[in-house]
Design a binder for this molecule. Structure first.
Ligand SMILES: Cc1ncc(COP(=O)(O)O)c(C=O)c1O
Length: 415
C-alpha cells in the first residue's frame, strides 16, 4: 500500500478512514479518489485512467485543467484574489455584461458561489418584486415535481422532491409543486398569491426529463396573463450544454430571471442570477449580498471560460457531439431509449437492468457515469469531447452491458 509519508498523497484506505473520522457523512461516496485530470480523462490515486462522462455533475464543460482557464487562474492568483463587494473589481461588471449579452440583453446580474445561491437570489428577488408590485400577499413560487433547485432551506423547499423535505421540516413556506410539463396543472396553481414560476428548461437531477415542444411558450403565456415572473434555472443546462447557450433558447421565450452556475467557472465555484432590469430594480442596496460572489479569481475564471466557449463554439460542439453520442447509445441493445438535449443525456436501460450496478461496473472498467434514476444513466461529458472519446466510452458501456447486470451497491445520491 502506498503511504502518505512516501508520496505526500494519501492512499485510498487512509483517505476513507480520515474522512470517516473527520468528515460529516452526507455523501454516499464511491471508493475512488481522483488526483489529476486533462480534458475528458481523469487519473485516480492508484494511477488508473478513466474517461469522465459526468464532468463533475455537468460542471467541467471545457474538460479538466483547460490550459486557458488554468493560465487565467494562475495569473489572477498572482494579481488579486479577493477584495469583497464593498468595492468595485474590474472583472465583475465585464462578466455581467458578457452574460447579459448571451442571455439576450437588458438585464442585470448578481454573482454568488453556487447554483443554490443563484436560486436563493432569484427567490428573494421574485418575492421583493412581488411585494412592490402586488402587496405582501404575493410571495408564493410554483415549481415542478421532480425538479432540483438546491439544498439550502429555501431551494430545498423549491425542489419538487417531497422525500428530500421530510428530514428538515418545517421548511420555509411559499412553495407549491405541480407536475412538470403539465400546462393545465400550472394554470390551476397560478392564483393571486403567486409571484413566480421556477422551472428547469430540462430537468437534470430529476432524470433528464425533457418537456414537449411548446411547453415553455405556454408557461410564458400563462405568466404574462397572470402577471407572474418566469424564473428559468439554467444551473445544469446553461452555457452550451444542451446545444444552445441556454436551455430556454430552444423555445421562443424570454425569461424574467435566469440562474447559472456549474459550467460558469469550469469547476471554480461561481453562480449568477440574471434578471430583466425592471425586475432587478426591486432589489435595493443592502437587500442581498455575498462575501465571495463575483470576486476577482472566480470572475476571471468565468471570463476565461466564456472566451474558450466562444472560440470553440461550445454550444455547437455540444449539439454535434450530442447527436453522435445519442446515436451510439441508441445502437446498444440494452438501451431502451435516450432522452435529453446536446450533451445532457440519459440512457434508459432495458427492464431488469439496474443503473447503480452498471455505473459501478463502468467505474471498474474506466468510465464515469451517473445513475440519475434507478433505471437510467446520465451522461454529461465535456463539450470539447472528441469523437474517439465518445466511441471509447460507449465501447466500455457496451462491454459492461453485454456482461449483464452485476450485483453492485447503488452509489447513492450525487447531489
Ligand atoms: C438545476 C439545478 N439547480 C440548482 C442546483 C444546485 O446547485 P449547487 O449544487 O451548486 O448549489 C443544481 C445542482 O445539481 C441543479 O442541477
Amino acid at each position: 500500500m502506498t503511504t502518505t509519508s512516501e508520496t505526500g498523497v494519501l492512499s485510498l484506505d487512509e483517505l476513507r478512514a480520515l474522512d470517516a473520522e473527520h468528515g460529516m457523512q452526507t455523501y454516499g461516496r464511491i471508493p475512488v479518489a481522483f488526483v489529476r485530470g486533462e480534458g475528458t480523462v481523469l487519473w485516480d490515486s492508484e494511477g488508473r485512467r478513466y474517461l469522465d462522462f459526468l464532468g463533475g455533475l455537468a460542471v467541467t464543460a471545457l474538460g479538466h485543467a483547460h490550459p486557458a482557464v488554468a493560465e487565467a487562474l494562475a495569473d489572477q492568483a498572482r494579481t488579486l484574489v479577493h477584495v469583497s463587494n464593498l468595492y468595485f473589481n474590474e472583472l465583475q461588471p465585464q462578466l455581467a455584461a458578457r452574460l447579459d449579452g448571451l442571455i439576450g440583453g437588458g438585464g442585470r446580474v448578481f454573482f454568488s458561489n453556487s447554483g443554490a445561491e443563484a436560486n436563493e437570489c432569484a427567490i428573494k428577488l421574485a418575492r421583493r418584486y412581488g411585494q412592490s408590485n402586488g402587496g405582501r400577499a404575493r410571495f408564493e413560487i410554483v415549481t415542478a415535481l421532480a425538479s432540483f433547485h438546491g439544498r439550502t432551506l429555501a431551494t430545498l423547499a423549491a425542489t419538487g422532491q417531497p422525500q428530500k423535505h421530510e428530514p428538515f421540516q418545517p421548511l420555509p413556506v411559499g412553495f407549491r409543486h405541480v407536475p412538470f410539463a403539465d400546462v393545465d396543472a400550472l394554470a390551476g396553481a397560478l392564483d393571486e398569491r403567486v409571484c413566480a414560476v421556477l422551472l428547469e428548461p430540462l430537468q437534470g437531477e430529476g432524470g433528464v426529463n425533457v418537456a414537449p415542444p411548446g411547453y415553455l411558450e405556454a408557461v410564458r403565456g400563462l405568466c404574462d396573463e397572470r402577471e407572474v415572473l418566469l424564473i428559468v434555472d439554467e444551473v445544469q443546462t446553461g452555457l452550451g450544454r444542451t446545444g444552445r447557450w441556454f436551455g430556454f433558447q430552444h423555445a421562443d421565450v424570454a425569461p424574467d430571471i435566469v440562474t447559472i452556475a456549474k459550467a460558469l467557472g469550469n469547476g471554480v465555484p461561481i453562480g449568477a442570477c440574471w434578471a430583466r432590469a425592471e425586475v432587478a430594480e426591486a432589489f435595493r442596496p443592502g437587500d442581498h449580498a455575498s462575501t465571495f460572489g463575483g470576486q476577482p479569481l472566480a470572475a476571471r475564471a468565468a471570463l476565461a471560460v466564456l472566451d474558450v466557449m466562444e472560440v470553440e463554439d461550445g454550444p455547437a460542439r455540444a449539439a454535434r457531439a450530442g447527436r453522435v453520442l445519442r446515436e451510439l447509445l441508441e445502437a446498444l441493445p440494452a438501451v431502451d431509449m435516450v432522452r435529453g438535449e446536446g450533451l445532457l443525456l440519459a440512457a434508459e436501460l432495458t427492464p431488469g437492468l439496474e443503473s447503480g450496478a452498471i455505473v459501478a461496473a463502468c467505474l471498474d472498467a474506466g468510465l464515469l457515469l451517473n445513475a440519475v434514476t434507478p433505471t437510467a444513466l446520465r451522461l454529461a461529458p465535456s463539450l470539447l469531447v472528441s469523437d474517439d472519446e465518445l466511441e471509447e466510452a460507449v465501447g466500455i458501456l457496451a462491454r459492461v452491458l453485454a456482461a449483464g447486470d452485476p450485483a453492485a451497491p447503488d452509489p447513492g445520491p450525487a447531489s
